[in-house]
Design a protein around this ligand. Sequence first.
Ligand code: PRX
Length: 637
Amino acid sequence: MSYPYQIKTLEGYKSDYQKSVEDPEEFWGNIAESFTWQKKWDKVLDWNFKEPSIKWFQGGKLNITENCLDRHLEKNGNTPAIIWESNDPDEHHRVLTYKELHFKVVQFANVLKNNGVKKGDRVCVYMGMIPELAIATLACARIGAVHSVIFGGFSAQAIADRLEDAKSEFIITCDGAYRGAKDIPLKSVIDDALVGNHTIKKVIVCTRTRTPVSMIKGRDVWWEDEIKKVETHGNPDCPAEMMDAEDILFILYTSGSTGKPKGVVHTVAGYMIWANYTFVNVFQYQQGQIHFCTADIGWITGHSYILYGPLSAGGTSLIFEGVPTWPDAGRFWDVVDKFKVNILYTAPTAIRSLMGFGLEYVNGKDLSSLKVLGSVGEPINEEAWHWFHKNIGKEKCPIVDTWWQTETGGVMISNIADVTPSKPSFATLPLPGIQPCLVDENGVEIEGNNVSGNLCIKFPWPGIIRTTYNDHERCRQTYFSTYENKYFTGDGCSRDEIGNYRITGRVDDVLNVSGHRIGTAEVENAINMHAGVIESAVVGYPHDIKGQGIYAYVIYDGSHGDANLSKQDIIQTVSRIIGPIAKPDKIQFVPGLPKTRSGKIMRRILRKIAEGDTSNLGDTSTLLDPSLVDIIKEGRI
Ligand code: PRX
């Protein structure tokens, strides 16, 4: 497959960028011609950021699976679409060619239909990283059902909230999932999520770990049994549902500054084109290369750069079930060596963690197949950047530092491998179609270079969030109301003397822990559920490996005894309500929280104390009880 829109030179980048700004409709209309449509669009773009209402390729009809599967069959049917490496290095890996993946997707799409799933229905997918996860999501897309993939680390309560918000009636899960030495009982978590639920009609359970599960009559069915029911001897058929360009493809929940995660909605055509365009360009993907994105499909990175980006490009995507440190800290490098991986896309947290184990796990592994390295999810510090560049890329692979968000669908600001220059810890330049700007607290745009401010985007791109599921007003408020006529990212950012962007981190109450977004309000709500807790305030602090750690100040009714045990109980509560990823790293019991006379918690002070920077806490005179600050300072952990 060729990619006529692949940028090849720095001049090419500059001229494409220029075209994308001067005539976006012409620019994206041309690119869209390279895809398979059942009916061509009438209008490339119709938008306003006020409502917001953003429509790309209106009137166009298509199905993303025809673009990800069917169109590759004739020429590339025998090309591996998915290579799967097990958690267990001794278990045989699996390869699914485009023909095989197509076969399985179509087959499972028929299973979904047989079980009553229809176009527009929301299907929750809660599975481990096995090929069946890719098959399940693509099968939903095949019949026009909306997938809502939930990361395997979320708790029963978090799942229940998401099921309710999305009004899902169907779940696809596994008996369990392997992650390193752990075996996570996914079906049993689903069972807990479904206690008292009367809206779920069917739960389809795929076998992976053979963990004992309780199958409820009339509701729960085995994947393997259902497949037998639709098995045909020839090629199964399931025509791709004709979708409007702006029909919903998926919902993906992400945390914000309020307590309740929101369902980010992406639609079929714009998302597909954006995932494909950014994949082909940022990584400079060449047909036949093996792309290894280490994210979980439960996050946007997995959606865009394990599934839809690589598959729409006819590429080969490696799915790894395990974790980087099991059975030892050389696991990523073993996988690269075993499959001769060409592109490795991972998170700074993983790099920092592996750095800590030393080079003995890298030495002796053949990493010479690597051509491009990528970083995503959080700022990459210079030390990690250089370690990655030197020891993994052997100083010959460009590192693309890709800044983007669940809401943006794909990479927004990044260097382009071997095409535009990199600069350690800078995401560098916007991709064609992206018009970033920095604004001050009054919403005034900050022009020129060597400046910093809040990062906004001035013009829509095909992969932009369309709405938050069931609550359009929330979408407007969160992203489009802070600054008029701009999409607000929630990130702080600086621009250097030649216009390179450097993301400095969130400016709202959202933490980025190991590259995962977690709202402080969400963690506070969970902590406050614990019977002994009166009130809490959560802030982030710098953490050597995770980027940010979670620091919780808790007013606790200590009459029940041992403080350490109580802290363990609180951690357990957070695990139950959200999941282990949101567990506080530090809990400090405090007699009160620093509040203004109007009752607002002064988080700035709590943040400074958590960071260990207590020399200058600023003006504390507006506090209701300034003496609390000294007590909290003294009790710092
Ligand atoms: O703060 C930015 C940070 O991650 C946030 C988005 O998180 P999420 O929606 O979970 O998506 C993560 C994967 C795309 C952003 O608001 N972030 C993401 N990439 C970078 C980054 N911060 C600095 N540099 C990056 N390359």
